[in-house]
Write a protein that binds this ligand. Structure first.
Ligand SMILES: *Cc1c(COP(=O)(O)O)cnc(C)c1O
Length: 229
């Protein structure tokens, strides 16, 4: 079931890339397995899937212990500073860095473990009160501060667009993200080389790809609805 779903999403990724005249291989399809049993992850790995996303540190650790050889575990959720130690060294990329305090903690833990951590800076593109991201103006200031942390490499930007009925409503946000990334790349900051744009989820990943997403985070369309209890 999940393998068929994944293949259907993969086909849509290919079609969206083709519409935009892009190479499919520029885009990483991340299967967001949060709340779902690791057996489903294993099923997908047998079909060749390598990139998975989690948003809770403990769940990442549990699934990582079952499988990590040749697998890229992406940390995509809000990360509390006291959980950073679980994620550094396990996640290939932390997508959701939206404060200097969090960046400093990841830097500190990375130095302690003798690793360099790849991160994305989360931008609160829709400027919603409820999101844990930051505004455009604050983003440049934060990026300058993060660039001074020696054990971090900022690989790109991440955004969670608002939930919408019509994905076209988010096209403008995705376009803004790409413009912001290109602008930030001209600043010439150390440790900053923004290639990635992590944006687009089940409801809007095709539009995100058309607007330049290099990573899409898809959960529901692959694993079905999530049930929280
Ligand atoms: C859960 C989650 C997703 C996947 O959402 P779907 O709508 O199920 O595809 C993507 N990004 C983040 C940050 C998430 O927390």
């Amino acid at each position: 079931m999940v393998t068929e779903n994944y293949k259907a999403v993969e086909k849509r990724v290919c079609e969206a890339a083709a519409r935009a005249g892009r190479d499919r291989n520029e885009i990483v399809l991340i299967a967001v397995s949060k709340t779902k049993p690791v057996e489903l992850v294993l099923e997908l790995t047998e079909a060749g899937v390598r990139d998975f996303g989690e948003n809770h540190a403990q769940e990442l650790v549990q699934k990582y212990e079952v499988i990590h050889e040749g697998i890229n575990w992406h940390f995509i959720g809000h990360l509390q500073r006291n959980k950073v130690k679980y994620v550094v060294g396990r996640a290939c990329l932390i997508h959701s860095v939206s404060s200097l305090r969090l960046a400093e903690e990841i830097n500190k833990e990375s130095l302690k473990k003798g690793v360099v951590s790849d991160i994305l800076m989360e931008v609160n593109i829709a400027d919603e009160e409820t999101k844990s991201g930051i505004s455009d103006e604050e983003a440049e200031t934060l990026l300058r501060q993060i660039s001074e942390l020696p054990a971090l490499r900022v690989k790109g930007l991440m955004a969670i667009a608002p939930p919408v009925d019509d994905p076209e409503e988010n096209r403008g946000y995705f376009r803004q993200m790409r413009a912001l990334r290109d602008k930030f790349n001209t600043l010439g900051l150390p440790n900053v080389d923004l290639k990635e744009l992590s944006m687009g989820m089940t409801g809007d990943f095709e539009v995100a790809i058309e607007e330049g997403a290099t990573m899409v985070r898809v959960g529901t369309a692959i694993f079905g609805e999530r049930h929280y209890d």
